[in-house]
Write a protein that binds this ligand. Structure first.
Ligand code: ADP
Ligand code: TRP
Length: 324
């Protein structure tokens, strides 16, 4: 199957991102054709600082490579490096009823949160449709908030296909219901926008500080503790083997240790879990040219597919010299 995913280059990644998304991507690349791009044009709808956008873009590539995306298996590129996507975006706009975009929850939510509604923010789903349709993607793994965008993509493709024949593959979204939702240090869903994250790539000292701030019940040291509703335990379970998990449960039940001990244990586990990724990241930071080469190679491969698709599409709609 051809699977496509767009990553928002939004800065620091947290352990919720890893267990809720990145880990699945890394395993998807083994049995599928994975297309992964860094959605810098989408980021532009809200991020207007050039230095930060440039830095976030390369940083996203470095982070995903460090966490297991393998450029020998996955085509990885930067969205803006394949200009055909903007060509298709405009063409698809003519097949997108206003009502379809006016109903988009994501747009309404962003405006409700106080973001200035510019036109690009409004037409964001059309660019996303172009991302998906340009490469004949079959599957789009998404979080629940992005399902509607894939539905909009299908609606646009159906409208186009009705006029011009079955030229676009209709994509399906894939929501992994079993995927973990990790709590943040305050117990609410971990999210950058809530400021409650535990970051993947941070110093050991900062990690100790973040895990140290996890909110827990106050119970005397010698008392047994409940692991069921404990935020530390809810996070720790992702980093432990099943034997280690049982041991930790026993430590909770036995009493004699405070939550501070469990937080330190969690910190150790997180730190060790990402050791290899940290090493790779340091390597890529020192070898940025290699990262640029990977992205350039990805762009070349994506561009070839995009160019061929656009020839067919432009031919079908009458936008092609030599065919008039
Ligand atoms: P954030 O909420 O921090 O801004 P994003 O919206 O950028 O995160 O999410 C990127 C990916 O990480 C999405 O696939 C999303 O479902 C996943 N994700 C984000 N937070 C969590 C979490 N707390 N638990 C599980 N998955 C998460
Ligand atoms: N909108 C997606 C997000 O915010 C990013 C994205 C852009 C995307 N284009 C895409 C995801 C195409 C999948 C396919 O997470």
């Amino acid at each position: 199957m051809r699977v496509i995913t767009g990553i928002q280059p939004s800065g620091t990644l947290h352990i919720g991102n890893y267990f809720g998304s990145i880990k699945q991507m890394v395993s998807l690349q083994n049995s599928n054709e994975l297309f992964m791009f860094i959605a810098d044009y989408h980021a532009l709808t809200t991020l207007k600082d050039a230095k930060q956008l440039r830095e976030n873009t390369i940083e996203a590539a470095i982070s995903y490579l460090s966490l297991g995306i393998n450029p020998a298996k996955t085509i990885m590129w930067v969205q803006s490096d394949v200009k055909e996507v903007l060509e298709l975006y405009w063409i698809l706009s003519s097949y997108t009823p206003m009502g379809l975009l006016e109903r988009a929850h994501s747009y309404k939510d962003k405006v409700a949160k106080g973001k200035t509604p510019n036109h690009a923010l409004f037409s964001y789903p059309v660019l996303m449709a172009a991302d998906i349709l340009l490469y004949d993607s079959q599957i789009v793994p998404v979080g629940k908030d992005q399902i509607q965008h894939v539905e909009i993509t299908r609606d646009i493709a159906i409208k186009f296909n009705n006029d011009h024949g079955e030229l676009f593959t209709l994509p399906k979204f894939k929501v992994d219901e079993n995927v973990a939702s990790l709590p943040g240090i305050d117990g609410a869903k971990m999210s950058k926008s809530y400021g409650n994250t535990i970051d993947i790539f941070t110093t050991e000292k900062a990690l100790k500080k973040q895990t140290g701030k996890i909110i827990t019940q106050s119970v005397a040291l010698e008392e047994p503790k409940e692991y069921e509703n404990c935020n530390v335990f809810a996070l720790a379970k992702h980093f432990l083997t099943s034997d280690e998990l049982e041991e930790l449960k026993d430590r909770y039940k036995k009493g004699g240790e405070g939550h501070g001990h469990f937080k330190l244990y969690l910190k150790e586990k997180i730190w060790n879990y990402f050791e290899e990724a940290r090493e790779k990241r340091a390597y890529y930071h020192n070898n940025r040219d290699e990262v640029c080469d990977i992205l350039e190679d990805g762009a070349l491969r994506a561009r070839k597919i995009a160019y061929e698709k656009m020839e067919i599409i432009k031919d079908a709609i009458g936008i092609r010299r030599g065919k008039r």
